[in-house]
Design a protein around this ligand. Structure first.
Ligand SMILES: *Cc1c(COP(=O)(O)O)cnc(C)c1O
Length: 381
């Protein structure tokens, strides 16, 4: 069983709001950029923290028919959620002994080793059926994938059965840095693999590669993070619509004197008489401890009444302290502060927390009340 939120959700704690309208607009925008190729939707990691069934349904309504999950368990959720016409690829491949499960749930493994391919070919033989699957080649990331020199063996095994794969794929190591020489190198190696599997549809691009250029699109693109409003390409304006909003409640407001410290470790002392607000969000909620502030290093921040308020002191499991001295009026307990939203993006928080938007998004779980809303596009867009 999947662990889920506490059984009692009163809505008094932090609230995560996911905009399904923004998910749909983001998919459609990327589909336009990759015109000529099919646009899939990567929904692994609970759809990057936004809720797997809800996000999958939104993408399907927007027009997506090809879904990429990491694990068979995620695949089962998508299968149970979507109409028959959804095609589901499992990026982690075929787990040993799991072929009957994949067949029953109509999941397509991204096969990446000879033993996996052997197990799948056995399943095909046993059922006298060409069960659909993808072939995943490693062109330099040294993560999952057949090694390039295995291509002839793979080809021989397929030919013996007269088996045609649904797709040949690979994954880029440095797509977020479009100028990185590794992208060109991997593209060239991928093209050499494809020449050995003529007429099989190909897929190489994640979000960043999709945004980088047509030469990476082939027949199917596989965006993930950009669908969820995250920044895919480093150092460029992020054109995607924000999808998540996270608000957390103020628990207590108090005044502290110059020279007093706040939080565990007493790592930050205030240099003026200050007003602090204690906010009910902490590292157990995905507000990373790396966003702590000390006397020598600024930490994260949130937004209160349209003003930024910096974290002061250490981030605890369940709370943070923020400096609200500069607000004209003190905030009150129960008032919500913006942790992610229109004024502070997933990537803003990631930059401060020394991580990436992906990790911020996939850490959005635990004690939130998560609600899904559907907004229309802002006017003028
Ligand atoms: C996660 C993943 C993607 C999506 O990547 P983004 O950078 O989130 O767009 C695509 N392909 C593979 C193999 C992945 O693991």
């Amino acid at each position: 069983m999947m662990m889920s939120a506490p059984a009692v959700a009163t809505g008094l704690g932090a609230r995560l709001t996911v905009d399904l309208g923004a998910l749909k607009r983001n998919w459609q925008a990327l589909d336009k950029v990759s015109r000529g190729a099919l646009t899939g939707a990567v929904v692994k990691g609970d759809a990057y923290g936004t809720g797997l069934p809800q996000a999958a349904r939104a993408f399907h309504q927007a027009g997506a028919r090809f879904f990429f999950v990491a694990t068979p368990d995620e695949g089962i959720v998508v299968r149970a959620t979507l109409p028959e016409d959804a095609h589901i690829f499992v990026l982690n491949g075929l787990y040993p002994g799991a072929a009957p499960l994949y067949v029953g749930e109509r999941l397509m493994p991204c096969l990446c080793s000879i033993p996996m391919l052997e197990e799948w070919m056995q399943a095909c033989l046993a059922r006298s059926e060409s069960l659909p699957a993808a072939l995943h080649f490693d062109t330099g990331i040294n993560r999952l994938g057949f090694r390039l020199n295995e291509a002839p063996v793979v080809k021989r095994m397929l030919d013996q059965l007269g088996y045609a794969p649904q797709m040949v794929m690979s994954h880029l190591a440095c797509a977020d840095q479009p100028q990185h020489e590794k992208n060109r190198a991997q593209l060239a190696l991928f093209s050499s693999v494809l020449s050995q599997f003529p007429n099989v549809p190909a897929s190489l691009a994640n979000s960043a590669a999709l945004m980088t250029g047509r030469e990476y699109h082939f027949q199917m693109v596989r965006p993930g993070v950009a669908l969820y409003g995250g920044r895919a390409v480093q150092g460029r304006r992020n054109p995607m619509s924000p999808v998540v909003r996270l608000d957390a409640p103020i628990l207590q407001v108090k005044d502290v004197r110059t020279g007093e410290s706040t939080g565990y470790g007493a790592l930050q002392t205030v240099s003026r008489d200050s007003r602090i607000a204690v906010v009910g969000i902490g590292y157990a909620d995905g507000f990373f401890r790396h966003q702590s502030s000390t006397n020598s290093r600024a930490g994260g921040r949130v937004v209160v009444r349209n003003q930024y308020a910096p974290v002061i002191g250490r981030v605890s499991m369940d709370m943070i302290q923020i400096d609200v001295t500069d607000l004209p009026e003190p905030p009150y307990p129960g008032e919500m502060v913006e942790v992610l939203g229109p004024n502070i993006s997933v990537d803003d928080q990631a930059d401060i927390g020394n991580t990436i938007g992906y990790e911020i998004l996939t850490s959005l779980k635990g004690r939130y009340v998560r609600s899904h809303v559907e907004t229309a596009a802002p006017s003028g867009v």
